[in-house]
Structure formats: C-alpha cells, structure tokens
Design a protein around this ligand. Structure first.
Ligand SMILES: [Zn+2]
Ligand SMILES: [Zn+2]
Ligand SMILES: [Zn+2]
Ligand SMILES: [Zn+2]
Ligand SMILES: [Zn+2]
Ligand SMILES: [Zn+2]
Length: 472
C-alpha cells in the first residue's frame, strides 16, 4: 500500500545523483560492449562512441558499411604495430620551430607530417588545456585532417595533461547524453540523471537536488525556479535584463511616441517634442500633435481635442503595462533581496547562538532550529519570487484567484517567520522562541507545498493560460 508520505508530489521528479566513478564506469561498460562486437580494444571503441554521442546501435549499424571512414574520423588506428614515434628522417626540419638537429624524438601520424617532440607536446597541450578539446584533435599540419589518436596523445603529453584530457572526456560524455547533466555548483563532481523526455519540460519543472546540497533545474541548470517553467524563466530573465534597470527611470522621465510607441526622453524644458524615430511632433504635456499648438508660442488649450485624448489613451495603456510589470518585478526582486537580509541576520544570530551554547546548558542540537528556519525561509522566498514571474504572464481566469490566494498565504507565513527571526534572543525565553520558530517553519513549508502542488498540477493539466507562448 502506498502511504501518503511515499507518494510523489506533483512538483517532484525522479532523478538520481551519480558520482564521477559511475560516469567513468558507464563509459567503460558501453565501450567494452562495443569492443566485443566490433573486435577492437576498449579504448578504440570508446573513441568511436565519442563520435556517435554514445549511441551504440547507430555506431554498430554504420560501422558495418563505413568502417574505415568511421575509424579515420575518430582517429582510431586498428593496426597494432602503429607507433607515432619516429626517428628523425635524414634532412629533417620541424616545420613548426625549424629545428633541424637530429637529436630527440619526433612524432608523426600516417599522413607523414612529422614534428619534434617539444612542438608536438606544445600543440596538444594548447588544444587540451587551453581550448578544452577532446573529441577531434587534428594533425598540427595546416589543412591536414588526420585525427591524432589517443595512443599518440598518451605518448606525447605528460600525465597531468593526459588526466585533463580524461576529465574533458568525462564532461563530454555527460553533455552528450540527454538524460545526464553535471551539477553546476562550483567544484561539484556529481552528475544528475533524469529520464524524463525534454518535451515534458514545458509542463514539468524538473527541480533536482544534488548530494552537495545544490538545488537546480535539470533542464536549464539554473537555480531552482519552481513553479515557473523553464521557457517562462528564460523570457522573464530576458525581459528583466532589457527593462528593469531603466524601467523606473523611464516611468518618470519618458513617454512613448503616440505614433510609433518608441520611448522618448525629455531632456530640456521645451514641451515641443519630436520623435527621433518617426519624426512625429507632439506636445509633452497633453500628448497632442504639435501642429495644433501654433508654431511660435506654447499653447496647450486644446485639451479636449480628440487627437490628444487618443494620444493620452495610448500613453495610459503603455504606462499601465509598465506599471503592471513594475508591480511584479518589484515583488520578484524584493524576495531575492530579503532572502539575503535573512541570511545576514542569521549569520549574526548564529554567533550569538554559539556563545549561548558555550555559556548555558543548551546542546548543539537545540540551537540548530534557526539554521533550519533560515534555510526554509530562503527556499520559500525563491519560490515566491518565481510566483511573481509566473503571475506576470498568467492570463486571468477563474483559476487565478486560487493561485493568488495560495501565493498570499505563503507570503504572509514567510513574513511572519522572517519577523520571528528578528526577535532578540534572550536566554530565559529561548525554549519558547524555539517552539514558535519550529511551528512557524513547519507551517511555512506546508504553505509552500500548497503553492508548488497547485501550480504543478495546473501545468500538467493545462489549467493555466498564459499571455505568451514561451515554449516556442
Ligand atoms: Zn619543433
Ligand atoms: Zn598530417
Ligand atoms: Zn552538486
Ligand atoms: Zn529550468
Ligand atoms: Zn514616433
Ligand atoms: Zn499640449
């Protein structure tokens, strides 16, 4: 029987966290399988698979008819006696450094382009370390498209560069597979596997949590942005980048041309405005055409003129849409800012708690309730923040009211918890405060779940209507 606790919530997705060793093992297992079928070494099979985005079936099928072409493209030389290191031929001149001495090793591929060891190493190091190349490194000779095979690379470069090369291969493996992604947290070496199809991400927000603690979106790898779908997030971020810095300023200092809607800045006292784009001349005060104002003097008595009334109408509409945007944007931005303030406050409180723990009989566990409260608070603020972007694009229907009620309930709960954390901590009242904070934390979490559950179900059922199609 499935109990309530085990049942997956509508806003949760199945995923697993894979350590680097699993990624390495997965490549080894796939290449050993293919090596068995095609009769080659595991390293050679791996090189071929890398060029087929690890699609075993497609590789094996294509290999039947185009073996040599595939081998060449992947830089695989099946011949066992292949050795890249050559004796410097008589009259050898390295075409990179023009060294013509006969001492020291030189390397060349089957194309016959031979270069001295230091030049070859420098070239490969550049490709691997600087350019991050690990798929197809070509012969240093300009225009030659023979791929440098892995045994050659191994012979030429030092161990540190080779390990960088392996690391790049692991990165490439994960990015080649649709169901794998690296955790984007700095220095984190875990990959996440999620088997949902990419087409489902228009109606599911695939938030995953890495073992390092980082919570992010499997699809776009941005920080968790539930309940807003990836497409909406992308559109909103773009809008904010384009608009926010200037939006406040615009609302105070500019108007839109009533002919072409381009934004016009008033940079002097004169009310005779000329649109830079369409050359329309109008009056800043009444938005009416300047032609009706007389030419040499300022005359604005045509207030009831229908042309200026229409223009003001246009202006009002455009202003209203800006005001609407600012309404949502300010709330969106405010939660981000508040989350930072909550954290700052916590850092201060934490010191106090530690001190209290030292000077009183409180245990370490007993002073942890604030940390958990701040963590919950932060994630709730992030959720709230995205509910505002969500709401901005949401078309009003009979479902929106419920959404707004849920949003408000979460917001009220969040602010109450936030306020509680600002209370001065007194030794005598700590047990009382602890209970209050614990209760509020549980409550806030439950409100967050209501918001996430309702929005996720609505997305899955197609219950929400949006102004824009952000899945294009
Ligand atoms: Zn050289
Ligand atoms: Zn060559
Ligand atoms: Zn991680
Ligand atoms: Zn996303
Ligand atoms: Zn204009
Ligand atoms: Zn006027």
């Amino acid at each position: 029987m499935i109990t309530e606790k085990q049942r997956k919530k509508a806003y949760q997705v199945d995923f697993s966290v894979l350590p680097l060793s699993d990624i390495v093992a997965a490549q080894a297992s796939a290449s050993s399988h293919v090596a068995g079928i095609l009769g080659m070494t595991q390293d050679q099979a791996a090189a071929l698979l890398r060029n087929f985005k690890w699609n075993k079936e497609r590789l094996v099928e294509r290999y039947m008819d185009h073996a040599q072409e595939i081998l060449d493209k992947s830089g695989v030389v099946l011949n066992d006696v292949h050795t890249p290191q050559v004796k410097r031929p008589r009259g050898f001149v390295c075409m990179i450094c023009f060294d013509d001495s006969s001492a020291g090793p030189a390397f060349g591929l089957r194309c016959g382009h031979v270069f001295c060891q230091p030049c070859y190493e420098h070239y490969l190091r550049q490709k691997i370390v600087e350019e991050g190349e690990c798929r197809r490194i070509l012969c240093p000779e300009t225009g030659c498209d023979v791929v440098v095979d892995e045994p050659t690379i191994k012979k030429v470069v030092p161990a540190a560069v080779m390990s960088k090369y392996r690391q790049l291969q692991d990165r490439a493996y994960v990015s080649d597979l649709d169901n794998l992604v690296w955790c984007p947290a700095p220095n984190c070496e875990y990959a996440i596997e999620c088997r949902l199809s990419h087409s489902s991400f228009t109606t599911i927000v695939p938030t995953v949590t890495c073992d390092c603690g980082h919570k992010f979106c499997f699809n776009c790898t941005l920080d968790d942005h539930q309940p807003a779908p990836c497409g909406l997030v992308k559109m909103w971020k773009k809008k904010c980048a384009d608009d926010s810095e200037t939006a406040n300023w615009i609302s105070a200092h500019t108007k839109e041309c009533s002919k072409c809607q381009s934004t016009i800045e008033k940079n002097g006292g004169c009310n005779h405005m000329t649109c830079r784009k369409c050359k329309y001349e109008f009056c800043w005060v009444c938005m009416g055409p300047w032609s009706e104002h007389g030419t040499s003097w300022y005359n604005c008595n045509r207030f009831e003129e229908s042309s200026s009334a229409d223009a003001r109408d246009q202006q009002a509409k455009s202003r209203a849409s800006l005001e609407r945007y600012l309404h949502y944007y300010n709330r969106y931005a405010n939660h981000e800012h508040s989350a930072k303030l909550d954290r700052d406050l916590y850092t201060k409180t934490e010191k106090k708690m530690e001190e209290m723990q030292r000077t009183s009989d409180l245990s370490w566990i007993e002073v942890q309730f604030l940390k958990r409260a701040v963590d919950v608070l932060t994630s709730c603020r992030m959720t709230l923040r995205w509910t505002y972007a969500f709401a901005f694009y949401l078309a009003r229907n009979n479902m929106t009211e419920l959404f707004e009620d849920n949003q408000r309930d979460l917001e009220v709960a969040v602010e109450a918890l936030s306020e509680l954390l600002e209370k001065p901590i007194e030794r005598e009242k700590i047990a009382e405060l602890r209970q209050q904070v614990l209760d509020k934390t549980v409550y806030v979490e439950s409100r967050r779940e209501v918001v996430l559950e309702d929005t996720a179900k609505g997305l899955a059922d197609g219950r929400w209507e949006f102004f824009v199609d952000f899945n294009k």
